[in-house]
Design a protein around this ligand. Structure first.
Ligand code: C5P
Length: 429
C-alpha cells in the first residue's frame, strides 16, 4: 500500500459520497452535536450547506459552522448578498435532502402550520426536497399533544424522523427528547439515500433471517481482571449492517466494542464465549450465519470469586480450558443448521492454504480469509483485503480475491454475494 493510499478517506457510508445536504440548525442545546454531524457528513464526501436560525446562533457560532462546512452560513432571510447570490428558494432546492437538527418544538410547529417568518421556516416551506428532522426538546414538550399532533401532520406529509432518544436532558430532567447522536442521524441520512439506490421493491434478502457474531470475547480471571484480544468489531458490525440493509432480519451477537449499533439490527451484547454460544443458539433458526467474532480460544478454569492477591509471595497459576468453537457448532449438520454458514480466517502466512483447511475443519460453507500479519493494519483498522473461499462438494474450494476495500465495503460486497447465492437457488451444503 502506498502512502497516498493509506491516507485516502474511508467511506463508512459510500452512498453519501457526493450528496448535497441542506442542514437547518435551530435553537437548542443539541446544536453542538450538529457540528459533529457536519464533520461526519464531510468525511463521507457529502457537501453541507447550513441555515443557522437566530436561536441556533445562540448555541453555536456561525464561524464554527462555516469552518466545518467549508461554506458560508445562511442566516438572514432578507440578506441582500444572499438573495442576489442565491435566493432562499434556490437554497432550499439545491440539495438532495434537507435535514433539520436540532428540530425544536417551535420549528416543528412552524413547519406543521406552514409558517415562514425566517430563513429556516421559509426554506422548509419552499423546498421541493425530502426533509428529515431530528427533534430535540424537553420531555414534556415532546410528549405534549401539540407536538404529537404536529409530528403526525409532518409524518403524513412524508417528513422523516430520527430520534429523539430517551436519556438525560439538558434541562436536568430525564425522558424522551434527547436529539439522536450524530452517528444515528448520519445512518438515517444514509438509509434514506439507500432506499433511493435499492429501489422501493422487495429487498434481495427480505424474508430471510441472519445471525452475525462480532467483536472480541472477554474471559474473566477474577472480578477485576480478564483475557481478551484486539478485535474492534468493525468488520462484523459492517456485515450485520449490510445484511439488514438488503432486508435480512438480522441479529448481531457482539462482545464489547466501540462500534455504534447498526441501524435496523437486533443487537445482543455478551462478554464471554460461553455467553456468545448461548446467544447464538438462542437466535437459531436462521438461514444465514456469519461468524466474524474473534472468540477467545481459551477461558480461565475456575474464575476466582474474589480479586487474586499478589502479596502471597507466589505467582497465580491460571489453568485454561478451551472455549467452544461457535462456528463449528453452528455448522454442525442438523435441523437448525443455517443454509449458509460463513466463517473468517485471520492468518499471518499461507493464507489460502490455511483457510482451505479451516473450511473443512469447521464444516462451514464459505470462509472470508484475510492476512492480519504485522504491517497489514487489518486488526483494529478500517480497511481489509480478503479472499472468499467457497467449499466445493468435491472437496477443496473456489477462491475469489477481492481488492483492498474499507471494511464497510467488504460487508456490503459480502451481503450482495450472500443475496446472489440465494437468488441462484443454492441452499448451502
Ligand atoms: O480457529 P479460528 O479462531 O482461526 O477460526 C476463526 C473463525 O472461527 C471465525 O469465523 C471465528 O468467528 C470462529 N470461531 C468461533 N468460535 C471460536 C473460535 C473461532 O466461532 N471459539
Amino acid at each position: 500500500m502506498t502512502a497516498a493510499e493509506k491516507t485516502k478517506p474511508v467511506f463508512d457510508f459510500p452512498v453519501l459520497n457526493g450528496k448535497r445536504l441542506l442542514l437547518v440548525i435551530a435553537g437548542g442545546i443539541a446544536a453542538y452535536k450538529s457540528l459533529v454531524l457536519i464533520r461526519r457528513l464531510r468525511e463521507q464526501g457529502a457537501t453541507v450547506r447550513v441555515i443557522l436560525t437566530e436561536g441556533g446562533a445562540q448555541f453555536v457560532t456561525p464561524l464554527a459552522v462555516a469552518a466545518l462546512s467549508e461554506d458560508r452560513v445562511y442566516q438572514d432571510l432578507f440578506a441582500l448578498t444572499t438573495e442576489s447570490e442565491m435566493g432562499h428558494i434556490q437554497l432550499s432546492r439545491a440539495a438532495d435532502l434537507v435535514v433539520v437538527a436540532p428540530a425544536t418544538a417551535d420549528l416543528l410547529a412552524k413547519m406543521a402550520a406552514g409558517l415562514a417568518d425566517d430563513l429556516a421556516s421559509t426554506a422548509l416551506l419552499a423546498t421541493d426536497k425530502p426533509v428529515l428532522v431530528a427533534p430535540a426538546m424537553n420531555g414534556q414538550m415532546w410528549a405534549h399533544p401539540a407536538t404529537e399532533s404536529n409530528m403526525c401532520v409532518l409524518a403524513g406529509r412524508g417528513v422523516r424522523r430520527v430520534g429523539p432518544n430517551t436519556g438525560e436532558l439538558a434541562c436536568g430532567e430525564t425522558g424522551a427528547g434527547r436529539m439522536a447522536e450524530p452517528e444515528e442521524i448520519l445512518a438515517a441520512i444514509a438509509a434514506y439515500f439507500d432506499t433511493l439506490t435499492l429501489g422501493s421493491g422487495p429487498l434481495p434478502l427480505s424474508g430471510r433471517r441472519a445471525l452475525v457474531t462480532s467483536g472480541p470475547t472477554v474471559e474473566p480471571i477474577d472480578p477485576v481482571r480478564y483475557i481478551t484480544n484486539r478485535s474492534s468489531g468493525r468488520q462484523g458490525h459492517a456485515i450485520a449492517r449490510a445484511l439488514a440493509r438488503l432486508g435480512a432480519q438480522t441479529t448481531l451477537v457482539s462482545g464489547p466494542t466501540n462500534e455504534p449499533d447498526p441501524p435496523g439490527v437486533q443487537v445482543i451484547r455478551i462478554e464471554t464465549a460461553m455467553q456468545m454460544l448461548a446467544a447464538c443458539q438462542g437466535s437459531l433458526p436462521v438461514e444465514i450465519a456469519i461468524c466474524a467474532a474473534a472468540v477467545a480460544d481459551w477461558r480461565v478454569k475456575g474464575v476466582a470469586g474474589h480479586k487474586l492477591k499478589k502479596d502471597k509471595g507466589e505467582l497465580p497459576l491460571l489453568e485454561l480450558v478451551e472455549n467452544p468453537d461457535i462456528l463449528a457448532e453452528i455448522s454442525r449438520p442438523g435441523k437448525n443448521r443455517p443454509a449458509l454458514v460463513v466463517g473468517f480466517a485471520a492468518e499471518t502466512q499461507c493464507v489460502i492454504e490455511h483457510a482451505t483447511a479451516k473450511l473443512a475443519r469447521k464444516g462451514c460453507d464459505w470462509i472470508v480469509a484475510n492476512n492480519v500479519g504485522a504491517g497489514t493494519g487489518t486488526f483494529g483498522g478500517a480497511r481489509n483485503t480478503v479472499h472468499i473461499l467457497r467449499a466445493q462438494p468435491s472437496g477443496g474450494a473456489i477462491v475469489e480475491d477481492w481488492p483492498e476495500l474499507s471494511k464497510v465495503s467488504v460487508g456490503e460486497r459480502l451481503a450482495v454475494a450472500v443475496a446472489d447465492h440465494f437468488a441462484s437457488g443454492a441452499t448451502g451444503r
